[in-house]
Write a protein that binds this ligand. Sequence first.
Ligand code: FAD
Ligand code: DHB
Length: 390
Amino acid sequence: MSTQVCIIGAGPSGLLLGQLLHDAGIDAIILERATLEHVLERVRAGVLEQGTVELLERAGVGERMHAEGLVHEGFAITREDEVHHIDLSSLTEGKTVMVYGQTEVTHDLVERRAQTGALSHYQVEAVDPQDFDTDHPHVTCRIGGENIRINCRFIAGCDGFHGASRRAVPESAIRTFEKIYPFGWLGILADVPPASDELIYASHSRGFALCSMRSHSRSRYYIQCNAGDSIEAWSDDQFWDELRRRLPAEMAEAVTTGPSFEKSIAPLRSFVAEPMRFGSLFLVGDAAHIVPPTGAKGLNLAASDVHYLFEGLRAHFLEREDTLLDAYSQRALARAWRAVRFSWWMTTMLHRFPDNAPFENRILETELAYTLESQAAKTALAENYVGLPY
Ligand code: FAD
Ligand code: DHB
């Protein structure tokens, strides 16, 4: 088998890159380890920056997103019983975010890929990128029990944090930066109306909580939990009780409870791998960087990587010009580090750290107080939340 770009991973970054390449007339094959059902069922992010929305439109999947997605002009930050409004739109000269689940984005991209006849393989085993220090790399794998070799010009490693692409890079060629946070997020989905029209980020002495949504009738809630907690230890009733305790009284009363149909615990981590290019192999999205979810940046960062890589690949194949491709790692990392910083800052300011010294706690309380009272600080928060320019 041969192709121009071999994409490893059919998460949002692999699917989006695949569609943009396909529409530009550049041949790409996607290799995915999981089943299609598994990929479509995964529940993750929910907030899209304008840049991500524009990229999805460009990939031909804007229609359902605009019909069903919810445009948000602001959100609330609560501190114990106080409510503070962050008016994203007025703080950023009219910018907004779109609440539209990653599950829906993936669904739309999978459907569009099928319509356009582009090739994806699921349940692919033993994917191994090779010879990427040359101009003629290849990927070996097993599809339906058969050993396959795919010759290509470039490999896009869109295979997430635990994928094969980053692992294939020799240790001496890569530098990694990591911070593990001493807590996790317990998240649920329930078919109940959201507590508020806007997202609520709650800072509380019992721990952080987030009220989000997927539609007017489907709510997504998260609470900070202990790093070692298991899902079995959290009944729905315990979850709803703990969530309401962390919200101001009027917001707690507005929470409609009901049975959850999804419940999971995510660990929180910041991670960056440098560089993001190794010869003919490019790392994209979670394969290169992870952010804690507090700033809603993970998926958006995957989209901006795709933008930079697509621009580079298009210029290479269609214009025989490599300046943009050569700048990929530097451009993507510059933006990624800004999102890593913002996500770390939001996480640090809004969560309770079990081992913090009293001094550190006072500093964080002061950071939040300053952010909520200063127009300049709120502007910086809003500018980052809606997404820094590409
Ligand atoms: P992924 O979505 O991880 O996709 C990688 C794909 O590669 C997967 O389909 C995987 O099966 C496949 N793959 C892996 N290894 C191989 C292999 N060896 N061979 C072939 N295929 C392989 N972000 C937010 O902004 N808000 C959130 O609330 C949020 N919640 C999250 C919860 C969890 C549990 C996780 C893990 C992430 C969450 N994120 C969240 C982050 C966001 O979902 C990711 O940033 C986003 O999915 C990145 O997309 P990606 O395509 O780069 O990677
Ligand atoms: C969602 C997740 C986030 O991490 C966030 O900051 C906002 C919303 C969500 O899943 O809806």
